[in-house]
Design a protein. Sequence first.
Length: 292
Amino acid sequence: MMRFIHILLALLVVLSVPLAVSAQQDSLSVGTATAAAGQKAMGFLEVPAGLDAATQIPVVIVRGAKPGPTLALVSGAHGTEYASIIALEELIARLNPQQLSGTVILLPLVNIASFELKVPHVNPVDGKSMNRFYPGKSDGTQTERALFQITKQVVDRCDYLIDFHGGDLDESLRPYSYWVLIGNKKQDDISREMALAFGLDHIIISADRPKDLNATRYLDNTAAMRGKPSIAVEAGSAGTTEPEDVEALVRGSFGVMRYLKMLPGEARFVEKPVWIENVLDSPSPLAGIFYP
Ligand SMILES: [Zn+2]
């Protein structure tokens, strides 16, 4: 009997571990998506009609079985930067909530109209770039109302953020990331390590983003100015979906999750990145064909 009670107690201890852990992670709702601990859920950020039409931005929550930080991954502000959009689709499929500590909020396609109409750079509904009007406005045009929802529902809820881009239909680029500095050493060090853990070997030091909280313009800067370490990453260009570009973005995201202790395993930092401090525009003096 004593032995039976011992076994019973041992069983209770074993059983109580997962129960106690999941109890620390309540369900989370973002837009119409609600995920309990250990679940994935899909829904939409509803952007109500205003000066122009309403829209819906798809959102996926991967709620880890174990507690931990919240990481936001956002792509498709430019809906024709396909490699970054496909990378988030891959992550949605591959992230396993049972292995995850914390929560990943994914917005795989912010700019639906750009994607559907194959319009680069802007939201064709109002002609605005969906990465230049943060923190958004509740009474603005569709882009501003959409960014207002992203700021309130995603940026304000996350602890860390990565914004995904690539060369647009008319752009050529090699993969790189932006390290967003705001002048707070502790936060800036974390952002720097996120960029190194992401693993792209060219990193632009982005220290000149606007500091006005009401005109932060860019998503990475909007998160950083609200105290959330943040980077932007770029891979793919000119309408392509090369597997190595998509994989670099997926692998980098898993690397940052390991750095943040959201996934088991050691983070590995890119060893000798090329740090780029000055970015120069070099416009052509005449029209013609450019041979890089
Ligand atoms: Zn972009």
